[in-house]
Design a protein around this ligand. Structure first.
Ligand code: ADP
Ligand code: ASP
Ligand code: MG
Length: 404
């Protein structure tokens, strides 16, 4: 069977008119004799509104009920797409994860798909049906509904492509593909023809919302080529593929920025073994994701300052945990909610010297102060004042000729 998996994101199914457009796209693949598996997200805004309802009950809303609640948006979108195809005279039906089933591990809110049972869907495809599968959800061994993290329909699509050995996996969204930077932030952002899994994974993890990071990990592990394209414009999109398929000679492929970071500094921490562990252990047990970390060199050999970044929304919880931590001593606790992380990403930097210098010099010329730095083989991230983000984005985009 020649199978294609098509995933439609929230904005692509955001209105009834858009749902009808999705049905037309599906028909074009049918005409090319593909067996089509469709994955849908919830209509835009629906999942956010469900999350906010759970918060109005409690910030510690039961995580198993959270999954039942927030996965419900996909059910409506799938029924609308299936109904729209039936209206066109095609055979179609909606499938929720438990009906297939799509099996995840036991964790709630951030589960991972382990297995997809193929039998029912294969039979349905053979009968000429078009299955419309709810993304973002699964069931665990205890038969409870799970969700696989925000933006998770991308991973649902990639895992379906894996288990059904699909010829193509296409992610339909509201932009024409993956761009050098968010095209909704910077007008001169340029569409990328093809990008390696490694670069896409860094970009997604560092703020490029267009793909969910876990989905790229899954695509990379299973060597699945992913096309990202617009559901509104008929244009070639971006191919996410293995590095050896990429011909671009750019040093930097993309730039990302984050918006809601906070910086925490503990001034005058004792400079002795085990202190950092004592600070971060309770944060980790409370699922607070610590991102950049920097420890200053101790001037007197006794005391040092330790700085790290977290998401803004976790600041209050973090403050409480640090103040309640009896295992650490410090002189002062400082917070800054107005910071952003800007990152340049590209496999080209492995073989090209001087990229770090060019980044720092570009920011210096714009009088942008760098607060924290972190690097990996293919990315450099710096923490800067939030108000400088657009200036930095634009200057770095020019410096690395990303609009060319
Ligand atoms: P969907 O609802 O289709 O899943 P998302 O909102 O999750 O769509 O992702 C698409 C959005 O990602 C775009 O509207 C764009 O603003 C944002 N985005 C951020 N960085 C990039 C980038 N580098 N390239 C393309 N889009 C990006
Ligand atoms: N509807 C879910 C969310 O908003 C999943 C997705 O969009 O992929 O996170
Ligand atoms: Mg998305």
């Amino acid at each position: 069977m020649k199978i294609v998996v098509l995933k439609f994101g929230g904005t692509s199914v955001g209105t009834i008119k858009k749902i009808k457009n999705v049905a037309n796209i599906i028909v074009t693949y049918r005409k090319k004799k593909y067996k089509v598996i469709v994955v849908s997200s919830a209509m835009s805004g629906v999942t956010n509104s469900l999350v906010s309802k759970s918060r109005q009950i409690s910030e510690n809303f039961s995580s198993s009920e959270y999954d039942v609640l927030v996965s419900s948006g996909e059910q409506a979108a799938c029924a609308l797409i299936a109904g729209s195809l039936i209206q066109k005279g095609l055979k179609s039906r909606s499938w929720l994860a438990w009906q297939i089933p799509i099996i995840t591990n036991s964790e709630h809110k951030n589960s991972r798909i382990n297995k997809i049972n193929k039998n029912k869907i294969t039979k349905y495809l053979r009968q000429g049906g078009i299955p419309i599968i709810a993304g973002f959800q699964g069931i665990n061994k205890e038969d409870r509904i799970t969700t696989i993290g925000r933006g998770g329909s991308d991973a649902s699509a990639i895992m379906l492509a894996k288990f059904f050995k699909a010829e193509r996996c296409v992610i339909y969204t509201d932009v024409e593909g993956v761009y050098s930077t968010d095209p909704n932030k910077l007008n001169k952002a340029k569409k990328i023809k093809s990008i390696s899994y490694e670069e896409m994974l860094e970009m997604a993890s560092l703020g490029a919302k267009v793909m969910q990071p876990v989905s790229i990990q899954d695509a990379r592990l299973n060597r699945i080529d992913v096309e990202v394209k617009s559901s509104f414009k008929k244009k070639i999109g971006t191919l996410i593929t293995k590095r050896t398929n990429i011909t671009s000679n750019k040093i930097i492929t993309g730039i990302t920025s984050t918006q809601n970071d906070a910086k925490v500094t503990l001034v005058g921490v004792k400079d002795k073994p085990g202190v950092a562990a004592s600070i971060f252990k309770p944060l980790s047990t409370n699922s607070i994701n610590v991102d950049m970390v920097v420890q200053n060199i101790s001037a007197n050999g006794k005391e040092t300052d330790l700085t790290f970044t977290i998401k803004n929304e976790e600041l209050n919880k973090t403050k409480k945990i640090i103040l309640a931590n009896k295992n650490i001593n410090f002189r002062k606790l400082l917070f800054d909610k107005g910071v952003s992380k800007i990152s340049i990403i590209g496999v080209g930097m492995i073989t090209t010297p001087g990229v770090t210098f060019r980044m720092f010099q570009t920011l210096a010329k714009k009088k942008i102060n760098i607060q924290v730095i972190s690097t990996s083989e293919i990315k450099i991230s710096v923490l800067i004042n939030k108000k400088d983000i657009m200036k930095a984005l634009s200057a770095l985009h020019n410096e690395f000729k990303l609009d060319k």
